[in-house]
Design a protein around this ligand. Structure first.
Ligand SMILES: Cc1ncc(COP(=O)(O)O)c(C=O)c1O
Length: 341
């Protein structure tokens, strides 16, 4: 059974990060969109009658698995690197990632001719690791076991080597870049009653908060995460940022320790609903997406649809729903095993 928390406003919306940054969002998003233009795909929004009938809702899926590097993260990474000075780029870049942020950073670094180092925790998806190395980045493992340890190790390497840190979610340019995925979805779909994204550090979801605000819409926002990595659900419930040291889930893209500072300020101030889904729901959603939409998705990307498989989904029947299918970097054996069931 999904665990749901409805957030009220409890001060975050009045915090300086929240209000001050909101004032600058339209300009920041415009800069991000300009940096991305010509370098990334305009991914399609998919619609399928069989899925609409199955779920009794009008569903519009933004296929970010078809994005370069196979995930939306590259949008925010290009926006971040574009916003740096020449000196910062020349000093070299470093990031932390279990996979998709690293792929996006590697793509952005190559675009701007920068050196990139990535600290990856043990257990990161081996297929993503290989792809990051193939794109020319240096991966550091150093016995780092958890996301929290990976951030600490990256901070150390950054200060020792004078590198610039690219945050995988807690950065305004990252959020602005990510928001372009939701903006494109809003261009393609009828005005949605609900917008659903998977969430971990909150970069994609806070980008949706920004996009909704820019468009002046009142769509409800839903962030979905696995029960074994439900830091946002817990954070909203306790009105403070909670992190999870040892997340356990098949959705390896959703294993960031918890929501970032700016992300949490945006999300908690925007009345977002956070929902946790089971591993079974994630894999069932993955199967439905591949069979009906005929696009590949990784487990993290299936989390959005998975929340509609709950006994009592937060989205009512009859609603028009935009869902971001955030990535397609799945291990083929896992995909094959899921489809074979
Ligand atoms: C496929 C996919 N979906 C969603 C997310 C969640 O990202 P965020 O940290 O922006 O919440 C990630 C993070 O890497 C991801 O790889």
């Amino acid at each position: 059974m999904a665990d749901t928390v409805h957030t009220g406003s409890f001060g975050a919306a009045d915090s300086p990060e929240y209000s001050e940054s909101f004032l600058r969002w339209p300009q920041r998003v415009e800069q991000a969109a300009a940096a991305i233009a010509g370098h990334l795909e305009r991914t399609p929004t998919l619609h399928n009658d069989a899925l609409d009938e199955r779920f009794d809702r009008s569903l519009w899926f933004k296929a970010e698995g078809l994005q370069r590097t196979g995930a939306y993260k590259v949008r925010g990474m290009i926006a971040q690197v574009a916003a740096l000075t020449d000196d910062q780029r020349a000093a070299g870049l470093i990031t932390v990632s279990s996979g998709n942020a690293a792929l996006g950073a590697a793509y952005a670094a190559r675009l701007y001719g920068c050196q990139l180092t990535v600290v990856m925790p043990a257990g990161a998806n081996p297929h993503k690791m290989t792809a990051v190395q193939e794109m020319g980045a240096t991966i550091v493992f150093d016995g780092v076991m958890t996301g929290t340890e990976a951030f600490a190790r990256a901070a150390q390497i950054q200060s020792d080597g004078g590198l610039h840190f690219l945050h995988p979610y807690d950065n305004p340019d990252m959020i602005a870049g990510n928001s372009t995925a939701t903006l494109e979805l809003l261009d393609d779909a009828p005005e949605p009653d609900f917008l659903i994204t998977p969430t971990a550090g909150g970069g994609l979801l806070s980008g949706a908060v920004v996009a909704r605000s820019i468009r002046g819409l009142s769509a409800h926002l839903v962030g979905v995460q696995p029960t074994g990595a439900d830091a946002l659900v817990r954070s909203l419930r306790s009105h403070t940022r909670v992190s999870i040291d040892h997340p356990e889930t098949v959705a390896d893209g959703l294993t960031a320790p918890g929501p970032g500072v700016l992300n949490f300020a945006l999300i908690s101030g925007a009345g977002v609903v956070a929902v946790a889904v089971t591993e079974e729901q994630i894999l069932q959603a993955m199967d439905l997406i591949v069979r009906h939409l005929r696009v590949v998705v990784e487990p993290s990307a299936a989390a959005g649809l998975a929340c509609l498989l709950a006994d009592e989904p937060v989205v009512p029947a009859g609603a028009t729903v935009g869902i971001i299918l955030s990535g397609s970097n799945v291990s083929w054996p896992l995909l094959a095993a899921t489809l074979a069931k």
